[in-house]
Design a protein. Structure first.
Length: 91
């Protein structure tokens, strides 16, 4: 799935990818933080906040990872307040 995200984001498939844990969720940091993808089955508000503070150019989360619509909306608000230039995608 990560390679689909890379291709859809216009990044080279050969871009450097590092796996990290943020609040116990595996995230992929691509091209030194140009893209951060959290493809975990669930995402916590703390993970969203930490990723937003890193201010990536692009951030990707799975739609199914949010427990509710309110959590999804909250993530959009967090990014709007902390990192408004981030291209946030929920797939």
């Amino acid at each position: 799935m990560l390679f689909e995200v890379l291709a859809g984001s216009g990044l080279e498939l050969s871009a450097h990818v590092a796996a990290e844990l943020i609040d116990g969720r595996e995230v992929f940091v691509v091209a030194d933080g140009d893209l951060i993808a959290c493809l975990a089955k669930d995402v916590s508000p703390l993970a969203v906040l930490e990723i937003a503070h890193r201010a990536p150019s692009r951030a990707v989360f799975l739609d199914s990872a949010f427990a509710s619509d309110a959590d999804r909306v909250s993530a959009w608000r967090v990014f709007a307040g902390i990192s408004p230039a981030t291209d946030l995608r929920v797939i």
